[in-house]
Design a protein. Structure first.
Length: 274
């Protein structure tokens, strides 16, 4: 339970963090809330030689109405997302999701940028960002680029971010009055989801994504297609596990997860008014 020795630097600005990343490359890791990285280091599943602490970069902690979307700084804590008036008005699916992440301590330390960059298929916020069609903004010393959430999660704990890039902002389209539903099935209130579902449905379409149903957070495309062709919530939900290979672990078999996904997608869609 003791990490391999590492060097530590606290970045005073985004530019300083980027310069440290550029200098140390693959040997460096950013430290935000530390709630995913530090457990991995203690288990020696990660052993970065240099930790670049960005946890006090307040310039990256904000939630702003930006017209057609809400802009969220990568260092924004789960708790701030949970209680944001801007998100309650324009993207209540995201604030409701944040309310279900871990316990109070986790929500006060963990950041949305850390959750997304960690790319854990069992995390709640990435699935909601996928369902909502969010855009992620990454910056490196050579400039800035945007990545669609659908292109971001590339494998188990792997993302499209380069080692020299820092996620700075998450842009979440407004729901504009669309109905939404979030379902998380776990054994104890503060646990990770055995399976989770984020869904919205409005006049112009729908978005449905799943937690812990594959090696990445996944979009339930077959459900969205069924809804687009006029299927009821119950009929569309029957497609929840189409083409997916859910994991097996101590909590559930793949068959159980497939069953859960259908039940939870139906409930989420019914809550969304589908
Ligand atoms: P860190 O641990 O600091 O970093 C995680 C990874 O992201 C690292 O590789 C780091 O280098 C990278 N990173 C961080 N910020 C950036 C950035 N801006 N740009 C590029 N890379 C970056 N999550 C859930 O979704 N649901 C749960 O129910 C849940 N339960 C939890 C229970 C416990 C007991 C704990 C300890 C954690 C739980 N979590 C849960 C995880 C929690 O949400 C974490 O906060 C989150 O996954 C990681 O955020 P962080 O800020 O702590 O990131």
């Amino acid at each position: 339970m003791i990490p391999v020795a590492f060097e530590y630097a606290r970045a005073g600005s985004v530019d300083e963090a980027l310069s440290l990343l550029g200098e140390h490359g693959d040997d460096a890791k950013l430290l935000a809330g530390g709630h995913s990285l530090l457990p991995l280091m203690k288990l020696r599943l990660a052993a970065p030689a240099m930790l670049v602490d960005i946890g006090r970069l307040n310039e990256l902690s904000y939630i702003r109405d930006a017209g057609d979307h809400v802009a969220i700084g990568a260092l924004t804590r789960h708790r701030d997302i949970e209680i944001s008036d801007v998100l309650a008005q324009h993207a209540p699916l995201l604030s409701h999701t944040a309310e279900h992440v871990g316990d109070n301590q986790v929500r006060h330390r963990g950041t949305i940028g850390g959750s997304v960059s960690h790319a854990d298929p069992a995390s709640d916020l990435p699935a909601t960002l996928l369902a909502m069609g969010a855009t992620l903004v990454a910056r490196s010393a050579s400039g800035e680029r945007t990545i669609a959430a659908t292109d971001f999660f590339t494998g188990f704990l792997e993302s499209a971010l380069e080692p020299t890039e820092l996620l700075t902002e998450i842009r979440v389209p407004k729901l504009n009055g669309a109905g939404w539903g979030f379902q998380k099935f776990n054994r104890r209130a503060q646990d990770w989801a055995i399976v989770g579902v984020s869904a919205w449905k409005g006049a112009n379409g729908s978005g449905v994504a799943l937690v812990n149903m594959g090696s990445t957070p996944v979009r339930a495309s077959a459900v969205e297609a069924a809804l687009a062709s006029g299927a009821s919530a119950a009929d569309a939900a029957e497609h929840a596990a189409d083409g997916l290979e859910p994991p097996a672990d101590l909590n559930a078999s793949p068959e159980y997860r497939r069953h859960l996904a259908k039940v939870l997608v139906r409930r989420a869609l019914e809550a969304a008014g589908a």
